[in-house]
Design a protein around this ligand. Sequence first.
Ligand SMILES: Cc1cc2nc3c(=O)[nH]c(=O)nc-3n(C[C@H](O)[C@H](O)[C@H](O)COP(=O)(O)OP(=O)(O)OC[C@H]3O[C@@H](n4cnc5c(N)ncnc54)[C@H](O)[C@@H]3O)c2cc1C
Length: 541
Amino acid sequence: MSSGLLEDASFNQSPAFGDVDLFSADRPLADAAARAGLDLADLSACGKDYGAAATLDLGRVANENPPKLHLVDGKGNRLDLVEFHPAYHAMMARSIGHGIHASAHDGSDRPGPMSTRAVRLYLATQAESGHMCPITMTHACIGALRSESALLAKWLPRIQTRTYDPRPLPWWEKNGVTLGMGMTERQGGTDVRANITRAVAHGDHVEITGHKWFMSAPMCDAFLVLAQAEGGLTCYLMPRYRPDGSKNQIRFQRLKDKLGNKSNASSEVEFHGAYAERVGAEGAGVRTIIEMVNLTRLDCAIASAGQSRIALSQALSHIRNRSVFQKRLADQPSMRATVADLALELEAQVALVFRLCRASERAHDDAAEAAYVRLLTPAVKFLVCKSTPQLVYESLECLGGNGYTEDLPLARYFRESPLNAIWEGSGNVMALDVLRAAGRHPDQAMATVSALARTAAAAFDVRPLAGTLAMVLQSGDAERRARFLCEGLAKIAALAALAEAKSEFATLYGDTRLGGERFAQFGTADLGDAETKLMDRALAT
Ligand SMILES: Cc1cc2nc3c(=O)[nH]c(=O)nc-3n(C[C@H](O)[C@H](O)[C@H](O)COP(=O)(O)OP(=O)(O)OC[C@H]3O[C@@H](n4cnc5c(N)ncnc54)[C@H](O)[C@@H]3O)c2cc1C
């Protein structure tokens, strides 16, 4: 029996978003995966898993129940334990089960190990972003551990399992482990050379004393830590337990109270003579962690594109079901112009991040691809991560007042959206990194820019911009114009990625992003007939 008018009427609201195959519904993604020759059926299963209503709800619950730090027990004994909600553990188990923490390194996905993993990361982050922090760090730490092969051989079998084992036990007793990293100190994050944490040699290991101002995912089984040794800044692996099975001298101080990223714990921590083993040569700390940082920066771009995608998907789902003035929002001309413009941006971002993944896969035996990775990784992180808050915000606004409430996930997405641009090198640092890469290998950098301009030219004439970039880069004013150089380079690369993929939107991207009459807000560009196709491809039904 009906209980009344209010429950029966649909009130012109869109249905809950969920039970969507996030892979197949995302045509730009599915096209990128097909171009790379990836296993589409497998990725579609992954898309269904992360797009299931129940999985999306785990994301909500994990963020509504943030982790708690337990410093001591009721009798004053030190615990240093962070308690996570079961929903967070369920997300971790799922993403480790999909191998996102390790598959790029273990040869389980051929062809395209980096690209396959990137698709899974992009899908997973749509369900829940916070747990991607330890997943990404574990993946990236493998890159740094390569410089210490004995240590890697010891840890790798536990890292590469597909089992999530959150028990607080010595790593050798566990069925699977995760890795974190502690670089940032109070007096310097970007400037890690200002680190004051010290390592003192004790036979085959060191003891580290000092602090880290940010150390996320503190329940990881070991952390890559930078500390000053006799020979300079050095990288170490610091396990949670010492080799005798006792707890290591890692003392958490506090968990950060953050804008978003609520499901993930980010700690302030002190080390009181904590046991650690050297990774890479003494004094080569920065060189050692660069291996890791390049991987995390790429992950930031992939995940940010995923964050924008889930927000846009929710916006599309809503406007297709909500009517205003007797017409669906999806048929209102200015709404179409807005949403199609967001979709065009994501067409380019997806093409660009997967082009960078492909370059990363080939870099070890292709010098041109290695040069592409060096120059483009910071530029792509800059462009993609910095645009996420705006893309998420515009998607949120498509849902009107509902979008601004905590009852829907858009508010959470919005709070999460600035983070990837900050960690692993904030905006200016990325721009300066592009200059550094160009300065170290000027000929290769110029060759990369020329190749990009040639490829892009099939769709849009970027030669004037490429010429200006080259001129500014070689001028004495390059540092002041670093953001211009970085964004200009990333946009040319995005256009080249679209052109290479033979995207029908390549010219449109050039016209609207690099041509005349450009305004700052999404929805101001004239996309003409392309609107329908862009919208259909963004969330295929
Ligand atoms: C939620 C969260 C989790 C984190 N987790 C970890 C973690 O697990 N491990 C870890 O090691 N760190 C972690 N961090 C720290 C993060 O990596 C740093 O905050 C970040 O790298 C910036 O460093 P900083 O905070 O010291 O800022 P600063 O280095 O002081 O930079 C401040 C600003 O100045 C800009 N800037 C810096 N240098 C220049 C320059 N030469 N010219 C122009 N502008 C410049 C930067 O772009 C930035 O905008 C985390 C941060 C957050 C927010």
